[in-house]
Ligand binder design. Structure first.
Ligand code: 3HC
Length: 311
């Protein structure tokens, strides 16, 4: 049952007032923001791994420099988002422990392997394209620190998406083999990119409450539809075929009809049984362990500083 405070809070949300860290908020609002923002941050950090794999294998110095810049951007996105989550009362160490133990979710998309250079194109074009679709509305999220983090993230994501599309363009305008690589990457990344938007609305447990609290502006299916409508013409421009036999323009709806993602695959992946879940967690645990000496050094240095000030 809702209290007077809950009702006042909802009235603020309905008036479009931004909620700040020191404002009163229902425990459920705090909890779902910690859940979503920490998972978003984990996604950025784990998202560096599939692309990091190709930095040393990039076909040119220019492509290497661009990919390096993108992967570094993702680390920064993770930092903004962990900081936004900390304003809600959870510590960075707690969030890191949740990721490393396998308890926390991160975006399903990063549990797929990046097999060829064309994957760097497909990931930038489709994955960052989908991420932009989902992050632009988050700039209007009711929670101030999250919405402000999104403004900088969205600016950088558009560079990520353009550079990916440019890799696909270059391959599609190259040799037959290069175009076949681009088509193979589209075949493997199309459906997992649609799954990034979350389960269909009927299976989305959080959407209704998140929309009432102004955290979510659109439903999962709405954003998925927008993504398909925007991306299919780009695939056609590239001369590539979207791997969905049910894809068809629907004049009445002013959008494409398209097939259903394989939701059993989706739920398996988010349960931890995707192609790369174990590798991704192992890589993050190794990075944590390998960095222990550096953290210990920082802590020892801080301790010494404190003693000198106290003395
Ligand atoms: N991957 C993993 N888990 C997912 C998921 C996905 N693609 N989609 C949904 N889920 C999970 C939800 O977290 C929830 O599980 P939980 O209760 O244990 O958290 C469950 O499936 C039910 O889904 P809901 O639709 O009810 O959950 P949400 O309302 O949270 O909607 C979401 C899911 C749309 C992903 C939403 O959480 C969101 O907008 N998150 C912030 C944006 C984000 O994380 N984007 C993907 C990151 S990609 C990225 O940023 C990197 C880029 O730089 C390339």
């Amino acid at each position: 049952e809702t209290s007077e405070k809950d009702r006042e809070f909802q009235a603020k949300i309905d008036r479009g007032v931004r909620i700040e860290a020191n404002d009163w908020m229902p425990e459920g609002y705090r909890k779902t923001l910690i859940r979503q923002i920490s998972q978003h941050a984990h996604s950025e950090i784990v998202g560096q791994l599939p692309e990091g794999n190709w930095i040393t294998r990039a076909p040119s110095l220019q492509r290497k420099a661009i990919l390096l810049a993108k992967v570094q951007d993702e680390a920064g996105h993770g930092l903004y988002l962990y900081c936004a989550a900390e304003t809600l009362g959870i510590s960075r160490d707690e969030m890191t422990a949740q990721l490393l133990s396998g308890k926390a979710k991160y975006s399903s998309i990063f549990n797929y392997p990046t097999l060829t250079w064309a994957d760097m194109g497909a990931v930038g074009w489709l994955v960052d394209g989908a991420a932009i679709m989902n992050q632009v509305p988050l700039q209007r999220c009711s929670y101030g620190p999250y919405s402000r983090a999104m403004i900088r993230v969205c600016k950088e994501e558009s560079f990520h998406q353009r550079q990916g599309f440019d890799v696909m363009r270059q391959l599609c305008q190259g040799t037959e083999e290069q175009k076949a690589m681009a088509q193979d990457a589209l075949n493997r990344w199309w459906w997992p990119s649609l799954m990034m938007f979350g389960p269909s609305d009927k299976d989305s447990v959080h959407s209704e409450q998140s929309m009432r609290w102004g955290i979510k502006q659109n439903t999962n299916d709405e954003l998925r539809q927008k993504f398909v409508d925007q991306t299919v013409p780009q695939a056609e421009w590239l001369g590539l075929t979207v791997p969905d036999p049910e894809l068809k323009w629907n004049e009445d709806k002013g959008g494409y009809d398209f097939g259903e993602p394989d939701w059993s695959e989706f739920f398996e992946v988010i349960k931890g049984n995707g192609p790369c879940n174990k590798d991704r967690l192992a890589a993050r645990n190794k990075a944590w362990d390998d960095g222990a000496w550096y953290r210990d050094g920082l802590t020892a240095h801080a301790e010494k500083q404190k003693q000198q000030i106290a003395a």
